[in-house]
Design a protein around this ligand. Structure first.
Ligand code: P6P
Length: 344
C-alpha cells in the first residue's frame, strides 16, 4: 500500500489528482473511470461468493462466441452496462457478451463523449475451478458527433484509446489502468471498499524468463512459433534458458503475472483459430496499450497491435505480448520461419 502524505491514495483521489494535469479536462473521463471502478467492486463481490450461491453453472444461453454463458458473465455484463448508463459519460458499449453495439440510450448519455469496449468477465470458463478471472476495458472518444453511439465509433485503431485497463479477481482484486501517462495498479481493500494505490508506475522487465502459451496446440502453430518455443526450452544458462512455462488459461491472470515478473504471452493463429482466438477491441488493444506504457511490446507477430485497423466489433488477432526483448525475439523467428503468415 502506498502511503501518500501519511494517507492511503484511493483510485478516486488518484484520478482527480491526475485530472489536474489535463488542463482542458472537465472530469468526464475521470467520472467514467470511477463508474468502471464501482461496477468492478460489485462484480468482485459476486465473484468472491460465486462458489456459495447458485450463480454458478450454465445460464443456458450460448453467447455470440458460441460458448456456454455462465451466469456470472451475464451478471458482470449487466453491472458494467448499468454503471456506464447511470454514470452518463458513455454513449455506447461494445461487449464480448453482445453481438451488436449496446446503445446507452439515456437522456444523459446519448451525447456523451466516450464509448467503451469491454470483456466483462474474461476467462469465465475458470470460474468453477476458482482460477483468477478478469475484466478488460478500452475507452475511446466517439467519432460520431451526437446521438446514439455507432459501430463506427469503435472502428478506431488502438493508438486512439484514451484509457484502458483491467481488473483481476484473484487472491486480491486489483484494477490496473493507463491514460497514456504510465500504468498504475490499485488493490481493493475490502475493509474500506476502496481500490488503493499499491503499484505506482508499473514497468515490465525488458527481459524475462517465463513463456506462456497453450502448447496443446503446438502442431497447429506457425513454424516461427514452434521454433521460438524450442528456443525457450534450450539449455543456455547465460540467457537464463530454459525459461519457465506458465499458462493459466485466463488472459488477465497470465498477462498480470508477466507484467510484474517479466515474460511473454503468445496466442498465435492456429488451425482452430486461423485469425487467432483473442479479440482485438476488448482484449488485445487494451492490454497492448498497457504493456507499451509499461515499456513492453505487443504485436500480431509482424505488426504493432495498436496499429491494426479494426473492421469488426469482435475481430480476432494473433497476439504476442510482454517483455520487449522477448517479443522482439519471437518476431525475429516469425519473420524468418513464417513470413507467409504476415497478417494484413
Ligand atoms: P485456450 C479464456 O477463454 C480466454 O479467452 C483467455 O482468457 C485465455 O487466455 C484463452 O481464452 C485461453 O484459450 O484455447 O488456451 O483455452
Amino acid at each position: 500500500m502506498i502511503v501518500h502524505k501519511n494517507q492511503v491514495v484511493t483510485l478516486g483521489q488518484f484520478i482527480i489528482e491526475r485530472q489536474a494535469d489535463f488542463p482542458y479536462a472537465k472530469g468526464e473521463l475521470s467520472r467514467l473511470l470511477r463508474d468502471i471502478g464501482i461496477a468492478s467492486k460489485i462484480v468482485n463481490r459476486e465473484v468472491n461468493k460465486a462458489g456459495l450461491v447458485d450463480i454458478l453453472g450454465e445460464a443456458g444461453e450460448i453467447n455470440i462466441q458460441g460458448e456456454n454463458v455462465k451466469k456470472l458473465d451475464v451478471f458482470a455484463n449487466e453491472q458494467f452496462i448499468s454503471a456506464l448508463t447511470s454514470g452518463g459519460e458513455c454513449c455506447a458499449v461494445g461487449s464480448e457478451e453482445n453481438e451488436h453495439v449496446v446503445d446507452i440510450n439515456s437522456l444523459v448519455s446519448k451525447n456523451a463523449k466516450y464509448v467503451v469496449a469491454i470483456d466483462p468477465l474474461d476467462g469465465s470458463s475458470n470460474i468453477d475451478v476458482n482460477v483468477s478471472i478478469g475484466t478488460i476495458f478500452s475507452i475511446y472518444r466517439r467519432t460520431s458527433l451526437s446521438g446514439p453511439g455507432t459501430l463506427q465509433d469503435f472502428m478506431q485503431r488502438g493508438t486512439e484509446q484514451v484509457a484502458a485497463g483491467y481488473v483481476i479477481y484473484g487472491s486480491s482484486t486489483m484494477l490496473v489502468y493507463t491514460t497514456g501517462r504510465g500504468v498504475n495498479g490499485f488493490t481493493l481493500d475490502p475493509s474500506i471498499g476502496e481500490f488503493c494505490l499499491s503499484h505506482p508506475n508499473m514497468k515490465i522487465p525488458k527481459e524475462g524468463n517465463i513463456y506462456s502459451i497453450n502448447e496443446g496446440n503446438y502442431v497447429h502453430f506457425p513454424d516461427g512459433i514452434k521454433k521460438y518455443i524450442k528456443y525457450c526450452q534450450e539449455d543456455h544458462k547465460p540467457s537464463n534458458r530454459p525459461y519457465s512455462s506458465r499458462y493459466i488459461g485466463s488472459l488477465v491472470a497470465d498477462f498480470h503475472r508477466n507484467l510484474i515478473k517479466g515474460g511473454i504471452f503468445i496466442y498465435p493463429a492456429t488451425a482452430k483459430s486461423p485469425k487467432g482466438k483473442l479479440r482485438l477491441l476488448y482484449e488485445c488493444n487494451p492490454i497492448a496499450f498497457i504493456i507499451e506504457q509499461a515499456g513492453g511490446k505487443a504485436s500480431n507477430g509482424f505488426k504493432r497491435i495498436l496499429e491494426i485497423e479494426p473492421k469488426d466489433l469482435h475481430q480476432r488477432t494473433p497476439l504476442i505480448i510482454g517483455s520487449l526483448q522477448m517479443v522482439e525475439k519471437a518476431e525475429d523467428f516469425m519473420l524468418k520461419f513464417s513470413p507467409a503468415e504476415v497478417q494484413v
